[in-house]
Design a protein around this ligand. Sequence first.
Ligand code: KPL
Length: 297
Amino acid sequence: MTDTTLILGPGALGRLLAAYLGQPYLEQQNRIALVDRKASSRPINLVTPEGETLSRLVPRIAADQAPRQPMVVHLTTKAYAAEQALAVLAEHIDPATPLVLWQNGFRVQEPLTQRWQGPVLCATTTEGAYTQGADGVVHAGHGHTFIGHLGGGYSDLAKRVAGTLGTSGLAAAPCGDIRHRLWHKLAVNAAINPLVARYRIRNGQLRDRPFRPMVAALIDEIDSIMRAESIPPPEHGWEAMIWKVVDTTSNNRASMLQDVLAGRPTERDAILGPLREAAERHGIAAPRLDALWDNSP
Ligand code: KPL
């Protein structure tokens, strides 16, 4: 095994991880490379939440230049691009390489955990970041990341990965119930993202009419589906959790709205798909989620 950490997916999250993990003093212990379409030595420009602009030299390599045995691969593509990006890299790396999946929703986590030969951890994060130009990333706000294996295994690996992120300045903790945390994040994303993308509004506008009752109705449907799936609610309930995120991200353009504005595909399937399928499995009507699905970009 080499001491290289690979980051696969040069979007906002990939650049954020590269910029933090690629700090010079950390680089002495771990090498970092960002896997991109083409190799390049252009630095990553990071704007910190404090407004500082820093330049980080993290090599960008093409998949065929990847070391055969990376220490770990962080897969940071959008959900719909994850499987294909990994398939390309998989031709060049040891199949036993540990993976960390950072995708929104709950589409790729289960199949990749079953199919990949090496250990697979899932991450869920509230770090806020967006790309700026070809090489930049704006770290809009500090968040927190949880890392764990869907079956509760590989706790030492999860601890190590979370420890490295924490040392780099991205708060992270290992967790034994990542499945529940992924569903919680999915609930938040399902109540916010498709609506703000459809109406092209900032998150905080969901608090006003005519959107507030739409969110409330979605929360009711999500609540019934989660009950049927035996996903325990967050400490203060779904409503409190979702409205709190709306409040704390009120000025944000959610990721799905950013995708729409940039003309990219959206994560509609990864976010709404698992909820609608769960509703169908349990014979629960979910007309609001269905309507969002039908009308989502
Ligand atoms: O995770 C988000 C996203 O934009 O995808 C939320 C929580 C909705 C914040 O914008």
